[in-house]
Ligand binder design. Sequence first.
Ligand code: RUB
Length: 315
Amino acid sequence: MNVLEKTFNDIRQMKIRGAGRIARAAVKALEEYSLTLNVSSREEFTKSLENAGEYLKSSRPTAVSLPNAINYVISNFKREVLMLENRNTWIETFRRLCEDFIEKSINAIEKIGVIGAKRIRDGDVLLTHCNSEAALSVILSAHRLNKNIKVYCTETRPKFQGLISASMLSKNGVDVTLIVDSAVRYFMNKVDQVIVGADAITANGAIVNKIGTSLIALAAKEARSRFMVAAESYKISPQTFYGDLIIIEERSKYEIVSKDWLSRNKNVRVSNPAFDITPAEYIDAIITEVGIFPPQGILILYKEMYGFQFKDVQG
Ligand code: RUB
């Protein structure tokens, strides 16, 4: 199995998971793959990277960080490679672009922590869902500033990523309580702020995150608790401005029930969407590496950072 197949399988089987980690793993795989390419023309080299990129993009459909990261390194490469004559310089340029993306995306998580921690007050009770590096960065950064915080972690059925968060926070000395997903409303009156990550941010400021997030947002709104999202700017999907929808991944029913149970209950249909959509009106703010934005301002941020140009839509 080559590096592309291994990374594809690891992402699909969720050995590598979480939107940021998926993006970095895919870029690293592309970088390693580029070193193995034995081609003599720029065009062939670029085409091979594009094909490999499309293959990796198809590993999981929802996290926009994955296509955005791949498009970012390949489109920058295509711009730079026009000036380069020999194979070694193409490889070196692509390697630099990949490493640059990986470094920037790790720094972004740090920065989100620094910025987001300012919004957490001493004595705050927080709630987080699933396992998001960006959300945990905010919580841990507040903890390091000696803010006295308590955190509820949902277990996050069916894959229990909440246990990873609870364990990580607790190992870092944070006061953590693990709860089942359906207990969220029961505890919400005690919660000052919910903080979650995102797999995608749409042009109208909605976020796509682990299934159950939108229900938590609903409970937070009812209880007047703040609902904060921590996400790197490369999770914004400009394509949603033109009407494209984020595809919600449907995962195996066997993540929920055993084969044995299903064989005894043949008429029961099982549905297992992995993500849901929280509309902008349920979100107080989106914490990014460059600052805190109201969800409705997200396209302006994207335009400013990535030079997004409105294009003419062809029929
Ligand atoms: C993970 C999940 C995370 C986001 C953000 O889902 O929904 O909240 O990916 O994570 P899964 P991060 O476990 O199915 O990949 O902030 O680490 O990018």
